[in-house]
Write a protein that binds this ligand. Structure first.
Ligand SMILES: Nc1ncnc2c1ncn2[C@@H]1O[C@H](COP(=O)(O)OP(=O)(O)O)[C@@H](O)[C@H]1O
Ligand SMILES: CC(=O)N[C@@H](CCC(=O)OP(=O)(O)O)C(=O)O
Length: 299
């Protein structure tokens, strides 16, 4: 008969110490909300996906309230390609015509979300997938995207949404009943129209409204890098302004850093951009003193 029990990779004494070291963090964050942004680029490897799902379940089991907000940029891109379309981005926002909006809703609200829900459930959690429509969660309007260099100029990015308001009651109900909400970044407007919202923006706003203890943004890079490619472990608002102005921060990092900064300034205690390619990075970030990626400071 084969023994399915995985052999420990560390000595029992070291293992016991590691577990004991997690206790103060479990106590500190018990009952606290953690908003986790799971970026489309971080969810491409099945082994990493499984490690992510296990981390979410473990955090829930030790008494924290994880809320997952997922992206899916690369997955939308693949679906568009099949239709012969190529995505266009302005300042990190996908230009969203009516056909693209249909694809976004289909990919985010369908395939991507169901994969994450399935993984968490297989890992022993009770995940529930929601879009911003469910329970009236995310009310949005058309985004007016001001040019980053010339504030008198605006870009028309189609059905990209700006969040007007969030009604978190559906999330609190789910949390109270031990479910783990998995939110896709789609909002609804005054005439019931759909909006494509950048997932970083949604995660940051939810973290603020829920007054989360932490906002963790898992992406496909070590954190924010400087011009030389060195990791910046901490960023202040003035340094962020400089890095945006000189083009060091560009593309998808623009909405991420803007959302992270908004959340930090609005009372979310700890905001981190971390490398989702490192197995269990999230667990180490929450339950150990190891610092990962870039921490965003409010001042
Ligand atoms: N200064 C920077 N430091 C790190 N990444 C940056 C920077 N400027 C732009 N980026 C880009 O931002 C990307 C992360 O944003 P994005 O692709 O939207 O990820 P996600 O899907 O996780 O939201 C990185 O892979 C990198 O290409
Ligand atoms: C307006 C806008 O850009 N929306 C994003 C929504 C998905 C997302 O944010 O995915 P990632 O987190 O993987 O980048 C998009 O259409 O790609």
């Amino acid at each position: 008969m084969t023994d399915n029990t995985a052999a420990p990779t560390v000595a029992p004494h070291d293992q016991a110490q590691i577990l004991a070291q997690a206790m103060p963090y479990i106590r500190k964050f018990h009952g606290k909300t953690l908003v986790i942004k799971y970026g489309g680029n971080a969810m491409t490897d099945p082994a990493l996906q499984q490690a992510f799902a296990e981390d979410v379940v473990l955090l829930k089991l030790v008494g924290m309230n994880p809320v997952v907000v997922h992206g899916g940029g690369p997955q939308i891109e693949t679906a568009l390609k099949r239709l012969g379309k190529k995505g266009e981005f302005i300042q990190g926002m996908r230009v969203t015509d009516a056909e693209t909006m249909e694809v976004v809703e289909w990919v985010l609200g369908g395939e991507v979300q169901q994969d994450i829900v399935g993984m968490i459930n297989r890992a022993g959690g009770k995940a529930v997938g929601l879009t911003g429509r469910d329970g009236g969660l995310i009310r949005a309007k058309k985004l007016r995207l001001v040019d980053s260099q010339d504030p008198t100029k605006e870009h028309d990015v189609g059905q990209v949404g700006e969040i007007e308001s969030i009604d978190p009651s559906i999330l609190t109900c789910l949390q109270d009943d031990a479910f783990i909400p998995v939110v896709s970044p789609i909002g609804f407007g005054a005439n019931n129209e759909s909006y494509n919202i950048n997932a970083d923006v949604v995660a940051a706003k939810l973290a603020t409204v829920l007054q989360a203890e932490k906002l963790l943004m898992l992406t496909n890079i070590r954190g924010v890098l400087d011009k030389q490619g060195e990791l910046l472990t901490e960023l202040t608002p003035s340094r962020i302004d400089e890095l945006c102005a000189d083009g060091t921060i560009s593309g998808g990092m623009i909405p991420k850093i803007a959302g992270a900064l908004d959340a930090a300034k609005s009372g979310v205690n700890a905001v981190h951009i971390i490398d989702g390619r490192v197995p269990h990075a999230m667990l180490l970030e929450v339950l150990s003193e190891q610092a990962f990626g870039t921490m965003i400071r409010s001042r």
